[in-house]
Each structure stands twice: as C-alpha cells, then as structure tokens.
Design a binder for this molecule. Structure first.
Ligand code: NAP
Length: 410
C-alpha cells in the first residue's frame, strides 16, 4: 500500500477509481483516448475442476472465501456454512490454500487483531470446524506453497498437525528437484520436521490440520436425498510420472478413497477474464504477448502486434508468483513500452494527438460514472483506519459499494 500510494500521489499519475473496464469504458475507447494502454487487472475468476458435483452447496472457490474474509464488496454475501460440520477439505496446496487453512484454524482472538472483515470474524467465532484437510495431487517435494507461509500455518498455537510419514519417501527424481530448488527444499524440510515432531494423537481440545498427498479429486459426494449439499470428496490415489527434466505430474492409480466433510474450498488457481476487443488465450487464461506487447492473435506471430496495447502481471503470465515476481514482470513490460516509443512504434502526441485524461473524464461524466480520485481513496483509507482504531484493529473494511462511495464523496 505504501508503494502504491507513492505512485498514485505522483503529479503525473491520475487515479480513477470506481471505473469498470468493459462497462464504464470499453477497451477500444481507452485506446482512442491514450497512446499506450497497459492492462494489469490480474485474475478475478477461478479455474474449474470439471468433475461431477462441483456445484453442490458447501463447495466454494478459495477466491470467493478470500474475498469474503477480506471484505471485498462482491464477496460479502458468501455466508459459508461453518456451523453444520466439523470438517473442511481444501483442494490444492499453494499459498492461497494455506491462507484459507490459517483463517479456518487460527484462534479468533488472534484474527480479531487483524484487518479481517467483521462479518467473517463473527462467523468464525461461531465456527464448528475442527479439522482441515489440505489435499494435494502430488507429493511434499512438489507442494506449491512457500516456506514463510507454511511456517506461519505450522506455527499456529495449539494446532495438531498430521502428515503420513510414508508420503515423505523421496524418489531419485524428488531428490533431484529438492537439490535444484531451494523453495521446494525448504518446504519439504518443514513438512518433514512437522511430521516427525507431532504427537501421535491430538488432544480433545486441539484443532487439526492434515496434509494429504497423492490424491486427486474425482467427484464430490452429495449428502443424499437430493439435498444438494456436499458430504465428501471421492479421491483417486495418484503416483508421479516424470514428463521431462525435473517435471513430474500426478497420474491416477485406479484406486479410490472417500473423505467425509461438510465444507470444500477449491484452491486450484485463479483465472483471468477477457474484456471485449482483447485477444485472449482461453486455454491458458492469459493475454497472448511478447514481453508484455499484446499479440493481435493467439497465433504467436510476433509481427502482428496490437499497437499501443500492453499487459503485465497475472493477466500476462498466468496466476502464479508473489509481489516480487510481478515487479520483474512490470519492468519487462515498461522496457517494451520504452523501446517502442524510442523506435517510433507508438504514435506520439505530435503525430497523433489524443485526448488523454481530459477525454476520459468527459466520457465518464457523460455516462454518469462517479470516478473516485486518489484523494477520495485516501478518505476511505482513513475512515477504515478510524473505525479499526475503535476496535483495536489496524482497519475495519467498508464492505459495500454504497458505503465506500458515501465516504469517498463526503
Ligand atoms: P498455486 O500456487 O499455483 O497452487 C495451486 C494448487 O492447486 C497446487 O497445489 C496445484 O497442484 C493444485 N491444482 C491445480 N489444478 C489442480 C487440479 N485440477 N486438481 C487438483 N489440484 C490442482 O496457486 P495459488 O495458491 O492460487 O496461488 C497463486 C499465486 O499467488 C502463487 O504464486 C502464490 O505463491 C501467490 N500467493 C502468495 C501469497 C503470499 O506470498 N503470502 C499468498 C497467496 C498467494 P500442482 O502443483 O500439482 O499443479
């Protein structure tokens, strides 16, 4: 946020909040208004598993759940049922899966000191979830999470951790992966340590986190009589198959196992969504590009570029990588823009004047779109901090568009 504020306060930067690409303004209109348009809107949808029962109630995507506890206005009404079951299954073992597990398992007195949304804190205070299964289709040497985030979960006070020691067995291919990849090695070491240092049984008051490896979801189980509620996950056991240097994928073994639960959170990755007029590779869920330059078609032909249109972040590379990865990614895109400007690939103000911010403001005004400037964002920020202060939290999120706009325009 500090970095973001510094950029947004710069005199050459204009901030237009509450503007939706595709409805407030179209991509082609933006490209008429500006010489260069960079799309950096990330990934706000979810990958689907495409297996039977995926839309039973009690099954949510991790993204929806994260939006819910973070107070995103579009996630406010999720109301996950945390009271009818004591067991949750999280599918996937990336950092998002860990975040979700941490929220379900952490003591609410600890969560109350964070900026978690109040509606989520109240629901978690009444939660009956005691056991969380984090299920991965590959093994501990391939887990997608990183060490810092794993350590945070393993460090939750009074939590019983269970990992099957047989799953920690390393094949020669695993040894190779661990030798060459420091992140995987640290994660593997942390998991091994947790497996060997845990007591053999949980105490009656302990919450439990079970790491389950080598299982891929095959279908979801209905609680019966057409209730439409999830009652468990039918998994196929997997083994690893080498498909290239250092790469092993999970393949089914034909042997199955059920895991009973009343809540499922699918944490198998986010997905970007296209807007009208934007070339999009639906298979990969990214905008086809070369170093951030948007390709006119998904053919990969580098001669056909969308002049003046660039992309960066998850929309450019797919939904992986931490903030630092996105910094390098942005630098690459900016370098492409500079190069294109210097080489005269992009029309300039002297050869083709464009209306820029004045034109955008005019267009938004004509459409009655209430654009929120950065000074109004700062009002929202300070109101959230003020409300948080009253509850000894860093901030209390405003969770409806109505309230956000009210504070912004006061
Ligand atoms: P991710 O790291 O790509 O993890 C996705 C998980 O889903 C993997 O375990 C993957 O298994 C599994 N998966 C994918 N397709 C599946 C399928 N069809 N069936 C079963 N499992 C499947 O994605 P993420 O957790 O959504 O995180 C996205 C990015 O944000 C990551 O780079 C993450 O590090 C970053 N992030 C960082 C932080 C932080 O730094 N604190 C917090 C949150 C997110 P395979 O490995 O077998 O594909």
């Amino acid at each position: 946020m500090n970095q973001f504020s510094k950029a947004a306060q710069h005199e050459r930067c204009s901030f237009f909040g509450n503007v939706i690409l595709g409805s407030s303004v179209s991509l082609s209109e933006l490209r008429e208004l500006y010489h260069v348009v960079v799309l950096a809107y990330g990934a706000e949808s979810d990958r689907a598993l495409g297996i039977p029962g995926e839309y039973l109630s009690g099954i949510h995507s991790a993204r929806e759940f994260v939006w819910w506890y973070n107070g995103h206005p579009d996630g406010k009404n999720l109301s996950p049922d945390l009271k009818s079951t004591d067991t949750a299954v999280i599918l996937g073992q990336g950092n998002v899966a860990l975040d979700v597990a941490r929220i379900l398992l952490q003591s609410t007195s600890v969560l109350a000191t964070t900026d978690i949304a109040s509606h989520a804190l109240e629901a978690l205070e009444q939660s009956s979830i005691r056991k969380v299964y984090l299920v991965g289709r590959r093994g501990p040497a391939q887990a997608a999470c990183t060490a810092k985030e794993l350590r945070e979960v393993l460090g939750i006070k009074d939590l019983y951790i269970h990992i099957n020691e047989v799953d920690l067995h390393k094949s020669p291919e695993d040894e190779e992966v661990l030798k060459n990849n420091r992140i995987h090695r640290r994660v593997y070491e942390l998991l091994s340590k947790a497996a060997t240092s845990a007591p053999s049984h949980p105490s009656s008051s302990q919450r439990e986190l079970h790491f389950v490896f080598f299982r891929k979801p095959d279908r979801f189980l209905d609680s019966g009589e057409g209730s439409g509620r999830v009652a468990g996950v039918h998994f196929e056991k997997t083994m690893l198959k080498a498909v290239g240097p250092g790469k092993q994928i999970a393949v089914g073994t034909g042997s199955y196992e059920d895991l009973d639960c009343g809540l499922v959170l699918k944490s198998i990755g986010y997905k970007s969504v296209p807007v009208d007029g934007l070339p999009f590779d639906h298979e990969k869920g990214v905008v086809p590009n070369i170093k951030g330059r948007v390709l006119a078609e998904t053919s990969g032909d580098p001669t056909q570029l969308e002049k003046g249109l660039y992309v960066c972040g998850w929309l450019k590379r797919g939904p992986t990588g931490i903030i630092a990865t996105n910094l390098y990614c942005a630098e690459e895109t900016v370098a492409s823009i500079s190069e294109d400007v210097h080489q005269g690939e992009i029309a300039s103000a002297s050869t083709l004047p464009k209306p820029g911010r004045q034109g955008l403001l005019q267009l938004l005004d004509n459409r009655d779109v209430r654009a929120v400037p950065f000074s109004a964002w700062e009002k929202i920020d300070s109101e959230e901090r003020r409300l948080g202060n009253l509850r000894s939290k860093p901030r209390e999120k405003l969770t409806t568009y109505e309230n956000l706009l009210k504070v912004a325009t006061e």
